[in-house]
Design a protein around this ligand. Structure first.
Ligand SMILES: Nc1ncnc2c1ncn2[C@@H]1O[C@H](COP(=O)(O)OP(=O)(O)OP(=O)(O)O)[C@@H](O)[C@H]1O
Ligand SMILES: [Mg+2]
Length: 507
């Protein structure tokens, strides 16, 4: 056996939380130098299994062997010592915002080094950090503060920190979710480098199935806390087979378009600019019954535009009319009073109250709480409504009383989306509503959105996924660099067309 080859073998792993059997009798094994995808519907147990491997789920039963030797992975330190590192989805909270890139990468050494010695050599800290970044072909200035980095850069810093010392296995939990296409390519290059040059085994959790095929050697499919298949990735393997395994039913990733009569002008915006200068002179209309798309690459200004419309970003100039009347949406409270709804992109931070139960988040009282307005609530109605939505969206939770923070990432997203979809609003502003949700849930969300349009509501759908825009919208505005570069009828346009404008093309 190659001296540098390593192996993981997990056998009969189970773990139970109150009311949830998150893993039952799972076997999982892999070798270093391999890139493995772990896929499955929201709540299937992917993150839970990987947390066991990273020593962050101490309560598991079953056995784990590293290089053939039985090990107990009951705390993160032990996992690290065995060369297992994990980068969680929430890259924001994993860095020290006011420390430099170099300090963040070298953090562990700084702490242990200080104990032994009386001082730290800052120049050597910077030098070591620079060397690591160069080796990994990451182009980031080590003196920058972590808070000034983009999400993609933060992720790179975390990867650099993870593989700095001996790392045999690196787990990345949904690393591509916040990235643009170009950033995904860059991440893939880094991951391939880790495999080929350093012999690291990489485990990749993701919902973007087609992308995974480009990078992974093999794939593990999970469903309801179990591993249901292991496959090697080759030309034979098709997305639809994976979806079938994940959901237990066949399912094509195309969504039948529902034709809905387009009604009166609902919203008209003229010359909108935000104070930060990231939305420039945006003018557009949305009619009732219409699903209007805002497409653009990550960073084009879609999120800022959505927030601006909802009063969550400061407006510099421009006007907004609702049903022909000028409205003032200088705060989210005002926006809600005019019956606007926003499903924000950063749902964990802005979209749900994670310490509150599911039913509360799915109720109108919750909207009140977001807008600091008290209202009298009939609890029974609230529970009924929540139970209905949980079924409609397939939210996986032991009960509507469960606190949102105990749900899987994707199910938290569904709660955040469901909450607003349940509100009785005139205009729904949806910012990347399907990010992080599995393909089945995506279809459920699409159906709800189409239902809103069928009831004469107006929908603004912002997304960087062109396929989604083509599937669900009637009309699309393409944003580039804060400006509206084109207005296209969805029926008459194509992926190439949209991409052309989204990347700064001009006809
Ligand atoms: N600490 C916890 N307490 C209670 N239930 C939990 C806890 N952690 C996970 N669960 C439950 O275990 C199940 C598996 O969750 P997990 O986060 O592993 O799913 P996942 O496959 O990563 O899903 P997603 O794609 O949505 O991220 C879910 O039903 C979840 O609600
Ligand atoms: Mg997860």
């Amino acid at each position: 056996m190659d001296m540098n080859a390593h192996s993981i073998e997990m056998k009969g792993i189970s773990i139970e939380f109150p009311g949830v059997k998150a893993l039952s009798d799972v076997d999982f094994s892999m070798a270093s130098g391999e890139i493995r995808a772990v896929v499955g519907a929201n709540g299937a147990g992917k993150s839970t299994l990987m947390k066991v491997l990273a020593g962050a789920n101490a309560g598991y039963t079953g056995s784990i062997f590293m290089d053939g030797e039985a090990k107990e992975l009951r705390d993160p330190r032990t996992a690290k010592l065995l060369g297992i590192e994990i980068v969680y989805k929430e890259v924001d909270t994993a860095l020290f915002p006011y420390l430099s890139v170099a300090e963040n990468i070298m953090f562990n050494t700084l702490v242990t080094g200080m104990k032994g010695k009386a001082f730290v050599s800052w120049s050597s800290v910077r030098k070591s950090a620079r060397e690591i970044l160069e080796r990994l072909k990451m182009d980031i200035d080590v003196s920058r503060k972590a808070s000034s980095l983009t999400l993609a850069e933060k992720q790179m810093v975390l990867i650099a920190r993870a593989v700095r010392e001996r790392c045999n296995f690196l787990i990345l939990d949904e690393p591509t979710a916040p990235l643009s296409l170009g950033e995904v390519e860059k991440l893939f290059r880094i991951v391939r480098g880790l495999k080929e040059k350093l012999g690291v085994g990489v485990i990749f959790i993701s919902h973007r199935l087609p992308k995974l095929f480009q990078i992974c050697d093999s794939l593990t499919v999970m469903k309801d806390g179990k591993v249901v298949a292991n496959r090697s990735v080759d030309a034979e393997l098709k997305t639809k087979d994976i979806v079938n395994l994940m959901l237990g039913r066949s399912f094509e990733e195309n969504f039948p378009k529902v034709e809905v009569p387009i009604g009166e002008l609902a919203l008209q915006a003229k010359g909108l600019c935000d104070e930060a200068g990231r939305v420039k002179e945006a003018s557009f209309t949305v009619r009732s019954g219409e699903i209007m798309g805002i497409c653009g690459l990550v960073g084009a200004g879609k999120t800022e535009l959505c927030k601006l419309l909802f009063g969550a970003e400061r407006k510099k100039s421009g006007t907004i009319e609702l049903a022909g009347k000028l409205i003032d949406v200088s705060s989210p409270t005002r926006a809600v009073r005019h019956r606007l709804a926003l499903v924000p992109e950063e749902r964990r931070k802005e979209g749900v109250l994670v310490s509150e139960p599911v039913y509360f988040n799915l109720s109108a009282a919750c909207l009140g709480k977001f807008c600091s307005k008290l209202s009298f609530v009939k609890k029974r109605l609230e529970l009924e409504n929540a139970t209905k939505l949980v079924a409609q969206l397939g939210i996986k939770t032991p009960s509507v009383q469960q606190r949102v923070k105990l749900l899987s990432g994707g199910n938290q997203q569904k709660v955040a989306v469901g909450k607003w979809l349940a509100s009785d609003s005139l205009l729904y502003i949806l910012d990347e509503p399907t990010k992080g949700v599995d393909v089945g849930a995506k279809r459920d969300i699409f159906q709800l959105i189409q239902g809103l349009a069928a009831h004469g509501r107006a929908v603004l759908y912002a997304s960087s996924e062109i396929a989604e825009i083509l599937a669900i919208t009637n009309r699309v505005y393409v944003m580039y660099n804060g400006r509206f570069a084109a207005e296209l009828a969805t029926k008459e346009t194509s992926e190439e067309d949209i991409l052309f404008y989204a990347t700064g093309g001009d006809k």
